[in-house]
Design a protein around this ligand. Structure first.
Ligand SMILES: O=C(O)c1ccc[n+]([C@@H]2O[C@H](COP(=O)([O-])O)[C@@H](O)[C@H]2O)c1
Ligand SMILES: Cc1cc2nc[nH]c2cc1C
Length: 346
């Protein structure tokens, strides 16, 4: 039977079994430390236990996927940087000399780049996953960024790529690179949080007053062009290649009962779309940090979540998810490696 290209059926995601929570809390309370003395790391350990449906979850190995793509909306002057920076940064990630590479080296996280839709042909590289949907999303101020078929392809590829990454890791971390994508994420937040446009539009890579006015006006034109509000259509109209593929990756990790560390504003917009497509996915998402990008705090509030770190980051690339990875590893080790106080006291 032909599948309808206009629809997307998310993979089946198990709702976490909350009856395990008291057992996880009791196990933590029995450890050689005063109950609750490790604060939010204990809450994180509980979450990891619920995600894995186990009293001994694992989180020692994290794999970061940096989803890269371009946006036709940059033709409207929404970013202070040219699209060419996207492909240049992909080259830098692959050479190991970007900020996220430096952080990943410090935290023992593996890094792969996913070409979801960079507007250039990229030479093959062992750390580059070629999943290109098209050479950049279309200009969302004029037409839908992606067709429904392209959107479904991006989501499906994201699910598959997450699954493969998790064959070799316990935790998936997601990050992104895409000049113009803070505008795409703002439009998605506007429709999916939902929230008024002015609460969703921020500086992105940085703007003076004139640049921010130009960005705001272009985003308003895109919003006026389409009244889409279901998550699949919002991804197609505004999200573009790397955001749609990241949304698929969130669904893929959740379907495998694995934690997914979500980076800043743009990665969170992808997680928001995933959660609107499949609400059970929320329990599998760990929001790594609160971005300095204007809309991020309200986006996280709309999702009802709190980020782990607050460092004033607004770079993207997965820098925040990579920095949070050791916290997950530590929380899981608390459940598996720490002695019980009763045994210590004899
Ligand atoms: O992660 C964030 O919170 C974040 C906030 C603002 C900007 N960024 C990064 O900056 C780029 C998008 O900014 P812009 O101004 O081109 O839309 C893209 O490559 C993102 O990785 C990332
Ligand atoms: C230099 C640069 C690096 C980035 N990394 C993620 N987004 C970025 C945007 C710019 C402009």
């Amino acid at each position: 039977m032909e599948t309808d290209p206009m629809t997307f059926v998310p993979p089946s995601i198990a709702a976490v079994d909350r009856t395990l929570e008291p057992k996880l809390r009791a196990k933590l309370d029995g450890k050689a430390k005063p109950p609750g003395s490790l604060g939010r790391i204990e809450d994180l350990a509980v979450r990891l236990g619920l995600i894995a449906d186990s009293l001994a979850p694992r989180a020692g190995r994290t794999a970061l996927l940096v989803f890269a793509g371009d946006h036709g909306l940059t033709q409207e002057g929404v970013s202070s940087y040219p699209s060419a920076v996207t492909v240049a940064m992909v080259g830098l990630f692959l050479s190991g000399r970007s900020s996220v590479n430096a952080f990943a080296k410090a935290t023992g996280v593996s890094v792969k780049v996913v070409d979801a839709g960079v507007a250039a042909d990229l030479p093959a590289h062992p750390d580059l996953i070629d999943a290109k949907v098209r050479l950049g999303g279309r200009n969302a101020a004029r037409e839908a960024a992606l067709t429904p078929q392209e959107t479904r392809l991006a989501l499906t590829r994201g699910i598959e790529i997450a699954g493969r990454a998790l064959d070799e890791a316990d935790v998936l971390a997601i990050g992104e690179m895409g000049i113009g994508n803070s505008s795409a994420a703002a439009l998605m937040m506007h429709r999916l949080a939902p929230a008024p446009l002015n609460a969703c539009v921020g500086q992105g890579t940085g703007h003076d007053a004139e640049g921010l006015a130009r960005k705001t006006a272009a985003i308003a034109r895109a919003a006026a062009r389409s009244d889409a509000e279901d998550p699949f259509s919002v991804l197609a109209e505004f999200g573009g290649c790397e955001i749609a593929m990241m949304a698929g990756a969130v669904l893929g990790a959740a379907a495998r009962r694995r934690p997914v560390l979500v980076d800043g504003f743009i990665a969170s917009a992808a997680a928001l779309a995933a959660v609107r497509l499949a609400p059970e996915a929320l329990d599998y998402c760990v929001f790594a940090h609160g971005s300095a990008e204007k809309g991020h705090a309200a986006m996280l509030t709309a999702l009802g979540v709190e980020p782990l770190l607050d460092l004033g980051l607004r770079l993207g690339e997965g820098t925040g998810s990579v920095l949070a990875a050791p916290l997950l590893a530590a929380a899981a080790n608390l459940l598996t490696d720490v002695a019980d106080l009763a045994d210590v006291l004899g």
